[in-house]
Write a protein of this length. Structure first.
Length: 206
């Protein structure tokens, strides 16, 4: 294999050439379970925000995760949905429909392939650190806002908005529909996660 071929060869191929034993399989299973706990619910949330069924989010998460694992060039890369895309996906779906969303996703993939082929990843180092920190904080806010409806069991009159400010306004307007059972279950899950983090820090809780 030529040096240029090694650069673009999937890392999965290199790992199998080195030898893949039970220890690596066990580590990969734990890592996969940890990612699935986060990725699967988030994929369903993005699907719901896009106006499609939650099952489509599951299909996308499984297929996308498999393709990233099979063709990635990194040993430790994680492939999964990003909460920051909820706003973009919801807006695209509302304006252009699901067919337009699929087309936009395909074009984005082609752009990423072209950027990798042209070795443009090095330009990431020119992005200022405050921008990346702000982007990460924005993702946290988006994910938090997207969970409030289910956390309190709220019932909205229409489709939940994708934008954070519009979403918060719609949730506030539905504050009188709080479901006590949903709140109780949510608090129980939060307490369980906190206890697991204290009693079993290595357990995949988040």
């Amino acid at each position: 294999m030529r040096p240029d071929d090694e650069v673009f060869a999937p890392k999965l191929w290199s790992v199998y050439q080195e030898g893949y034993g039970f220890d690596r399989l066990r580590a990969d299973l734990i890592a996969g379970l940890t990612v699935a706990i986060v990725a699967l619910p988030l994929s369903m949330a993005i699907a719901i925000a896009s106006g499609v069924t939650p099952a489509m989010g599951l299909y996308t998460a499984v297929a996308g995760g498999f393709l990233v694992s099979a063709f990635s060039g990194s040993r430790h890369q994680i492939g999964g949905p990003a909460g920051a895309f909820i706003v973009l996906v919801a807006a695209t779906s509302a304006r252009h429909g699901v067919d337009g969303l699929v087309l936009a996703t395909a074009l984005s993939g082609l752009m990423l392939i072209a950027a990798g082929w042209l070795r443009l990843g090095g330009f990431v180092k020119y992005i200022p650190y405050p921008v990346t920190v702000g982007f990460t904080a924005g993702i946290a806010v988006i994910i938090f806002a997207s969970q409030l409806k289910d956390l309190f069991g709220l019932t909205l009159a229409g489709v939940e908005p994708g934008g954070v400010l519009e979403k918060l306004a719609a949730l506030y307007g539905a504050a009188d529909s709080v479901n006590i059972a949903a709140v109780t279950i949510s608090l129980g899950v939060i307490v369980a996660i906190l206890l697991l983090k204290r009693l079993a820090p290595r357990a995949p809780t988040c």
